[in-house]
Structures are given as structure tokens and as C-alpha cells.
Design a protein. Structure first.
Lengths: 313, 528
């Protein structure tokens, strides 16, 4: 197992190298000049040139890349072109809302979608099953921002139950935190619930046709025990895989959800950085997302061993 | 359902009671505002961005300011004196002016601040080229000696928009003008104090009332007069999405939106708890900018054809929509100002396509397509380029409209390369009226070739007239030169104004006392 983990961790290095080169080149090849953005609309060409020189943007590309990579290797992620802050500071400031949104979404989505998927499989062909499948198609098809605006209209504007926007830090006011997390998590969960419930249903259905399930039933075990102990556990590996892959959906969804609900998280930081061509911030945030994605999927791979004893690394 | 909401409110109140909600004092009057952009840069001399200028007005003060009649009045200055030969200006500061760190504002601070501003701002640069020397007379008084009489001394020091000559402590003003000042150096003598510890880019920026600020005794008037602060705290919240900001205002989660998009104004107008307030009666002007370096716009006659092909109403209808929020105005120095005139433009901007085609024929237009840059991500600009394309095509041009985001456009417009190698021929933007009040202040009139703004017009006559305007101290004669500049621009077009429009604040009715001024300001505001 340790050998497997070490190998996987080493494999992160080429992944991150490719991501780093790709992100760096993409940003430089995309039109847009951070110096022009910084200088403002009324700036003259000379003012823009001065700023460009100050930021080192006149250096050859390979020099800029070498400087960036060597800084990262020394643990220095650089300074944002706009804020007089290091990128590490900026990320530290913005990580909590995104982490909170992702956690709430994941908890909510998994706790709804897995039981629903199992039940739909158990009642295959029933009205409940059809409703779940219908919902999952809808969940995939409707864009997150549409769901977000609909929820805001109903629950914030019309009913006045919940706030439209904003974020309260969990350490400052727990209830305020919860109040502001309900709608964004719900919005982001919809697609996730659709995906997991569908996969859960398919996996459980497959397992329910296995001989050992028939044996378990013949032994007189209750439906609950059959479903939870035998069917779900054996169907867990594909479900976990989908949850792992779904982290990418979560990251992409966070960008939109944070914008719709005014959450000051990493998703919005990414959008702002892209729009203002804040190269150091974009590069670091994307590298960080890549690390998170790889590490979470490594953890998911490791967790397979808990559900399926046949899997050994 | 109601109970659910109430229970959250009760719990929140309970949490607040045990001190969990943070450090905002109980009963503090807080005005929560969504501005047009996030505040990322703190130095209003380093950038010309409007959000930084607005931040500057909260923190720093100015020696002079423009009132609602566009006259320049003393602000930090108590009295000033101009020598008979008009070469020496002596300024004496008001009593009791203090920086936020408690130190007194001195003449040295002001001299250093003018020098730093003058190194960056175009009007400041012109002023400093005419200054022979600054002299400190005493702690509160300094003199500025000119090499020759200059008609824009007070207009420069009372310039309302970017870059504004804000006064900073000398040690801060000593910062290289091309280097941003540090966050800990955001120390002004203005009516609000910047809360560095609460500044969270992407989330909020906080200012608290400066208790030691001594406002002038005169009533507030434009940017001038008494800056009396009547609330304790201003919070600029960042909500990048317009619809979310509008929802938040309707739900009373914020008090004000600085720039609600025009398509959402009807939604806001319908709510009885929200009011729209046109804070800037001079508004903004849409502008079409030529690049004179390349074909076909290197030929002034071909540029003149565009003046005939365009009309303002089409542009304004496509972007603003409701005539309540726009005005057709051919005056290049803005309708409602002392320099307002339509001279030279009487027969233009009325979509005379035949005249446009005739001019193109006369000029020998060979069908070279006009590369027109369209910005697609700013609601107030997106629809301008398609209208321009349509009108130019009707007027006989071939147009290659290229869509891009605003930041790409901002970057591309600095390129002098030919259009087929990454350059451009034309783009559209908007100017705040406060930036274009005269031919020296308005950057697009600069026809100084390489030294001009992007587009790089090159015309000795315009430059001479601008110099004459700047050197003239008699306002009547100044107006004559401004008029001559405007006429000359119809012969050698540098840019075209496409109509005046207004951007109202959207405020909760609980907010009162918003000031009519060219820049959004927060003094005089009360909250019920």
C-alpha cells in the first residue's frame, strides 16, 4: 500500500509539470495585457510600458517561466499583479468559502443521492424510479446559474427565508454560515445528485442480480440488510469513482455558484484573475486545483480497499 | 415558513449578543454598497481606474475641488493668492488638517504630492512643465512659481477625475510614481479612514468615519464644500453578478448599487423601497476612436465620412434604451458645461449616407476593411460596435468587426501594428464627463503623434489650439480656443462622441442625502 501511495505521489510531478507548462503558455498566448488593465482606461501607452517593464513582462517567455518555476520550487507562489499581496495570502483568504461550499455540497449530495439511487434500483420500474431518473436528466440539463437564480427568487425574494448573497465565516457566526450555505450548496448539489443517484442506481441494479444477493435473500435476511450490507457495499467502488471524478464538476460549478451567490471563494478569485489577466494568481490557483483533484482521487483509490477486500495495492 | 426565517434571525441575534458577530460596534450606521468593480489597487496615482479614484476621494483630500457649477473652489486650501504677473500662486492650508495617523498636513506634503501626481497625470505633466519651482513659505503655506502664465493651474489642481491630485503625506508621496504605494501607507486626511485590517479583495472594503476630519463650512456642492460624514461606516461589497446585486438590494441586504445596468432599472424602479438617483447630471459620453496610423483611417477625409454615417440615437437606443437616461449631444465638451457648443457638428451625426459615400469616393477609398474591435463583456458597451458596423456599411465602408473581452481590447488598442498583424482601426468606449470637460483634460484630443493616446492622431493645429487654450487665463478666450479645437476635429477627426447618457445609483429609500457630483461620493449621506 505504502509503495502504491508513494508511486502515485511521484506521478503527481509529471502531471503538475504538464499543467504548469500548459497554463503558463495558454495565458501568454491569450490576448490581454495585465499592464493595460492595471494602468486603467485613461492611461497612455508610456504609462502602460512602464508598468509592463516593472512587472517583468518584457522578459523572454522562457525567462519568465524559469523565474516562476524556480520561485514555486522555493515555496514562493509570487505576488498578485493587482493586490499588494502574495498569491498564497490571497488563496488563504479565499479558501474557506470554497471549502465550505464543496463540503456542504458533497455531504448534502451524497446523503441524498445514494439512498435515492439505492431505492430507485430496489424499486426498479416504479413511479419513484421514474421520478428519480427524470430528475437526474433535469439535473444534468439545467445550468447551475439557472437553478441558482430560481432558488434565489423563490426562497430569498418571494418567501424571504434565506439571504440572496454573501458569506459568513463559520467561526464568526455558525447560524449565519448555515443560512448562507443552504442555497449555494443546493444549487451546486443538483448536478451532483443527478450524477451520483444515476450511477448508484445502475451499480446497485447490477449487484442485485448477483447470485450472492439471491443467496442472502434465501437465507431470510431483511431487505434493508441485503441492500445496505451486501448490495450497496459491493456497488460502492463505481460510486466512489464517480464522486472522485465529480470533484472536477464541483470545482467548475463553484466558479459559477460563487458568482451567483456572491461568495468570496477561490472560484470567484479565478474568474477575477482571468478577467484581469493576473497571471501569478491564475497559475497558482489552477496548479492548486490540479493537486487537489489528484490527491482526492488518490484518497478515493485508497478507500476502495475498505469496501472491496479483493482490491489490494 | 416564516418561523424558519425568524428562527435563523433569532439565533443570529443571539450569536451577536454573545459577541460572535465581529467587531462592528452596536448601533453603527453602516452603508453597504456594491460598486462597479472590486478594489484591488489602492494607489489612485498609480492607476487611472475609476474604482481607485472613488476610493481616493474617501481617504484623501484635494487642495481644490469642482463645485456643481463646474467652478473650482478651495478645499484643503484656506486661501490662495495669484501674483499680478500671474506667475506665482501662493496656497495656504486650512487650520487643523491632520493625517489619519495624527500628524499635521504640511506644505511639504502638498509639494511632494503635486510632484508625484504631476509625474503621472497628463494635466499634471503639462502643469509641471510650466512650473519653475515650488517653495515652502511656512508649515501651512507654499508657493508655486511658473515659467509663463498658465490658464489651467486651478483646473488642474481641482481636476475631479483620474488621476486626481490627492494630497498624501510626504513620505508616501516620495514613492516612485510607477510603484504602487503600500497598503499600510493608505493614510490620508480625507473624511473616511481605510480599514486595512478589514480589506478583503474580492469580498469587501471598509471605511470608517474620520472623527478628526474638519469639513469646510460651506454647503456641499459637487465635489466642493463641506464633506460632512453622517454615517459611521461604508462597506463596499463585491458582487460580480449584476442580477445578484439587484436581488440583494431588493431583499434589503445592501443599501445601494453604484452602477446598476440599464436593462435592470425597470425592475428596480418598480420596487417602492428602492429609488434611482442620477448622481451625475453631466453623465458619460459614448466615443468612437480612430486609429490614424493605418489604412483606411490614415486619411482624414475617410474619417470625415464616418462623422456623416453615424447618428447618436441608434447607439443610445441600442445600449441605454430608455430616453429618460440619455440625451443626444453633439458638444464634444459635454452638454451642460461652460464649453458646450455644437459648432462644426451641425450637419454631422445625422446618418447622411449619401454624403458619407461621396466623401469616400472623393478620398479614393479602396474598400480596405475597417477592423472594428467589439467588447462583448461589458453590458454598457457590447451593443455599440454592431450599430457602428451597420451604419458604416450603409455609409459605404467595409467593416471587419472582431469580438473580444474588454481586457483584450484594452491590451490590443495599445498596439501600433497594422490591423492584419494584431493592430486595429477603431473601437468604442465611454468617457465620464468629468474627464472630458476641456480640450486639455480630454485625452482623445491630444494629437501629439507618438505622445497621444492610442489612435495616435498627429495634428499640429490641434496641438497649437490646445496650447493656446492652456496658456489663456481669460475664460471667454479659452472658450474660443475650445470651440476652434472642436471645429478642427471635424476636419481632422480624432474621435466621435456618440451621445450623453446617465448612470443612476439604485438606493434603498432608507438612504438620503446622496450628493450630485461627477464622482460617486459618500459624505452627506444619511441612513434611517
Amino acid at each position: 500500500m505504502l509503495d502504491f501511495i508513494v508511486r502515485r505521489l511521484i506521478a503527481i510531478v509529471p502531471v503538475l509539470t504538464v499543467v504548469a507548462v500548459f497554463v503558463f503558455l495558454m495565458l501568454r498566448l491569450t490576448p490581454g495585457d495585465p499592464a493595460a488593465v492595471i494602468a486603467g482606461d485613461n492611461a497612455t501607452s508610456d504609462q502602460i510600458d512602464d508598468i509592463r517593464a516593472k512587472l517583468g513582462l518584457n522578459e523572454p517567455l522562457w525567462t519568465q517561466f524559469a523565474i516562476w518555476i524556480s520561485s514555486i520550487l522555493q515555496g514562493d507562489f509570487g505576488e498578485s499583479y493587482f493586490f499588494k499581496k502574495t498569491v498564497a495570502e490571497l488563496i488563504a483568504q479565499r479558501v474557506e468559502p470554497t471549502l465550505a461550499l464543496a463540503t456542504c455540497t458533497l455531504i448534502f449530495a451524497v446523503s441524498v443521492s445514494v439512498p435515492v439511487g439505492v431505492l430507485a434500483a430496489y424499486r426498479q420500474g416504479s413511479m419513484f424510479d421514474r421520478v428519480v431518473m427524470g430528475f437526474s436528466v433535469l439535473g444534468f440539463s439545467v445550468p447551475g446559474f439557472v437553478i441558482g437564480y430560481c432558488l434565489i427568487y423563490v426562497f430569498a425574494i418571494e418567501l424571504g427565508w434565506l439571504p440572496v448573497q454573501g458569506y459568513t465565516r463559520i467561526g464568526v457566526n455558525f447560524w449565519g454560515f448555515l443560512e448562507r450555505m443552504v442555497l449555494p450548496s443546493l444549487t451546486l448539489s443538483v448536478g451532483f445528485i443527478a450524477l451520483i443517484s444515476r450511477i448508484t442506481r445502475a451499480s446497485v441494479l447490477e449487484v442485485l442480480n448477483e447470485d450472492y444477493i439471491r443467496t442472502a435473500r434465501a437465507k431470510g435476511l431483511s431487505n434493508r440488510v441485503v441492500l445496505m450490507r451486501h448490495a450497496l457495499r459491493n456497488a460502492a467502488v463505481p460510486i466512489l469513482t464517480v464522486i472522485g471524478l465529480g470533484i472536477a464538476i464541483l470545482i467548475g460549478g463553484a466558479v459559477i455558484t460563487e458568482s451567483v451567490f456572491g461568495l468570496p471563494g477561490l472560484g470567484r478569485l479565478t474568474v477575477e484573475a482571468v478577467l484581469s489577466r493576473d497571471f501569478p494568481t491564475i497559475q497558482t490557483v489552477i496548479l492548486m486545483f490540479s493537486v487537489v483533484y489528484v490527491v482526492i482521487n488518490l484518497l478515493i483509490d485508497i478507500s476502495y480497499t475498505l469496501f472491496d477486500p479483493r482490491i489490494r495495492y | 415558513m416564516f418561523v424558519f426565517r425568524k428562527s435563523f434571525a433569532t439565533l443570529a441575534a443571539a450569536a451577536s449578543a454573545v459577541g460572535l458577530l465581529g467587531a462592528v460596534p452596536a448601533g453603527a450606521q453602516t452603508v453597504s454598497v456594491v460598486m462597479h468593480s472590486d478594489l484591488k489597487i489602492l494607489d489612485p496615482i498609480w492607476t487611472t481606474a475609476y474604482i481607485v479614484r472613488n476610493h481616493g476621494y474617501l481617504v484623501w483630500d484635494t487642495l481644490f475641488a469642482m463645485d456643481d457649477k463646474l467652478e473650482v473652489k478651495p478645499q484643503m486650501v484656506d486661501k490662495y493668492d495669484v501674483s499680478v504677473d500671474k506667475l506665482t500662486y501662493t496656497f495656504t492650508l486650512r487650520d487643523g488638517l491632520e493625517w489619519h495617523d495624527g500628524k499635521p498636513v504640511t506644505a511639504e506634503d502638498c509639494i511632494a504630492s503635486i510632484k508625484r501626481w504631476g509625474a503621472k497625470d497628463s494635466m499634471g505633466q503639462l502643469l509641471l512643465t510650466r512650473v519653475a519651482e515650488f517653495t515652502k513659505v511656512n508649515d501651512k503655506t507654499f508657493a508655486m512659481k511658473l515659467k509663463e502664465p498658465y490658464g489651467l493651474v486651478l483646473q488642474s489642481l481641482g481636476k475631479p477625475s483620474s488621476n486626481v491630485p490627492f494630497m498624501m503625506p510626504a513620505r508616501v508621496a516620495a514613492t516612485d510614481p510607477n510603484t504602487q504605494i503600500k497598503a499600510e501607507d493608505v493614510i490620508g486626511s480625507g473624511p473616511f479612514i481605510f480599514k486595512r485590517d478589514e480589506w478583503k479583495p474580492g469580498e469587501k472594503t471598509v471605511y470608517v468615519k474620520n472623527p478628526k476630519y474638519k469639513p469646510r463650512s460651506e454647503p456641499v456642492s459637487g465635489m466642493a464644500g463641506g464633506k460632512v460624514v453622517k454615517v459611521d461606516r461604508i462597506e463596499w461589497k463585491v458582487l460580480g453578478d449584476h442580477q445578484t446585486a439587484v436581488n440583494a438590494l431588493l431583499n434589503a441586504e445592501i443599501d445601494m448599487i453604484e452602477s446598476p445596468p440599464h436593462d435592470l432599472l425597470p425592475v428596480l424602479a418598480k420596487d417602492k423601497n428602492v429609488k434611482l438617483f442620477n448622481y451625475n447630471p453631466l453623465g458619460l459620453q459614448y466615443t468612437f476612436r480612430f486609429n490614424v496610423l493605418h489604412k483606411p483611417f490614415d486619411n482624414p477625409k475617410i474619417r470625415q465620412a464616418v462623422l456623416y454615417a453615424f447618428n447618436q440615437k441608434d447607439f443610445l437606443d441600442a445600449t441605454i434604451g430608455d430616453p429618460k437616461w440619455y440625451k443626444e449631444c453633439k458638444a464634444m465638451f459635454v452638454c451642460g458645461t461652460p464649453l458646450e457648443t455644437v459648432k462644426g457638428w451641425e450637419d454631422k451625426l445625422s446618418s447622411n449616407f449619401e454624403k458619407s459615400k461621396a466623401l469616400l469616393k472623393e478620398a479614393g477609398y479602396d474598400g480596405t476593411p475597417v477592423v472594428l474591435m467589439q467588447s462583448t463583456d461589458l453590458a454598457s458597451l457590447t451593443n455599440l460596435a454592431p450599430v457602428a458596423k451597420n451604419l458604416m456599411e450603409k455609409g459605404g465602408f467595409k467593416v471587419d468587426m472582431q469580438a473580444m473581452d474588454w481586457q483584450t481590447l484594452v491590451s490590443r488598442r495599445t498596439k501600433k501594428d497594422p490591423p492584419d498583424k494584431g493592430g486595429w482601426n477603431a473601437f468604442l468606449t465611454a468617457w465620464v464627463a468629468a474627464d472630458i470637460l476641456n480640450p486639455v483634460m480630454a485625452g482623445f484630443f491630444n494629437a501629439g503623434c507618438d505622445k497621444a493616446m492610442f489612435g495616435w492622431p498627429c495634428d499640429e493645429q490641434i496641438q497649437k489650439l490646445r496650447d493656446q487654450y492652456a496658456s489663456e487665463t481669460d475664460p471667454a478666450k479659452q472658450k474660443g480656443f475650445a470651440e476652434a479645437v472642436q471645429v478642427r476635429v471635424t476636419e481632422y477627426p480624432t474621435h466621435i462622441h456618440l451621445g450623453q447618457w446617465y448612470q443612476p445609483f439604485a438606493l434603498r429609500t432608507s438612504l438620503d442625502g446622496a450628493v450630485q457630483a461627477p464622482v460617486p461620493v459618500f459624505w452627506n449621506m444619511t441612513k434611517k
